[in-house]
Design a protein around this ligand. Structure first.
Ligand code: ADP
Ligand code: MG
Length: 141
C-alpha cells in the first residue's frame, strides 16, 4: 500500500545499548519516514494494554515487565508497504534466527529482549498507532 503507516517501538534493551540513533538511521535509509515520535516509559498496565493479544501467552508477564522497565522510543513510520518492509528490516522475533544485517540480528539479545517492535498487519497497525498517538499529533499528513 502507498504511504502505509506502521508503529515501531525501540524497546528498553535497545535504549540502554545507546542504539536509538542507529535504529532510526536504518528506518530513514530504508525510506520509512518517521511522522510521529515520542520517548516515554510505559507503565505496566500501559504495556499490558498494548500487548493484550498476548495475554494468554506464558511470556506475557515477563514481556510487559520488560517493556515497562525503562524508557522506550515510539514512532509512527510511513512509506510504501511500510508494515511488511519494516518487519523485514527488523528480522525474526528470535535474534539468533534473524537474517544478518537486520536490526534484531544486530541489536537483539534474545527472543524476549529483541530491540524493536513492529506492527504485523494493517489492523494491528491501526490499533497500535491509535493506542499511542492522537489524530492531532499525527496532523494533516
Ligand atoms: P514479534 O515482536 O516478532 O511480532 P510476537 O508478537 O510473537 O513477536 O511477540 C511479541 C514480543 O513478545 C516479542 O517481540 C518478544 O519481545 C516477546 N516474545 C515472543 N516470543 C517469546 C518467547 N517465546 N519468550 C519470551 N518472550 C517472547
Ligand atoms: Mg507481534
Amino acid at each position: 500500500m502507498v504511504g502505509e503507516r506502521t508503529l515501531a517501538i525501540i524497546k528498553p534493551d535497545a535504549v540502554k545499548k545507546s542504539v536509538i540513533g542507529d535504529i532510526i538511521r536504518r528506518y530513514e535509509a530504508a525510506g520509512l519516514k518517521p511522522i510521529a515520535i515520542r520517548m516515554t516509559q510505559l507503565s505496566k498496565s500501559a504495556a499490558e494494554g498494548f500487548y493484550a493479544v498476548h495475554r494468554q501467552r506464558p511470556f506475557f508477564d515477563s514481556l510487559t515487565t520488560f517493556m515497562s522497565s525503562g524508557p522506550v522510543v515510539i514512532l509512527v513510520l510511513s512509506g510504501d508497504d511500510a508494515i511488511k518492509r519494516h518487519r523485514e528490516l527488523m528480522g525474526a522475533t528470535d535474534p539468533a534466527k534473524a537474517d544478518p544485517g537486520t536490526i534484531r540480528a544486530l541489536h537483539g539479545t534474545n527472543i524476549e529482549f529483541n530491540a524493536v517492535h513492529g506492527s504485523d498487519s494493517p489492523e494491528t497497525a491501526r490499533f497500535e498507532i491509535g493506542y499511542f498517538f492522537s489524530d492531532t499529533e499525527l496532523g494533516v499528513r
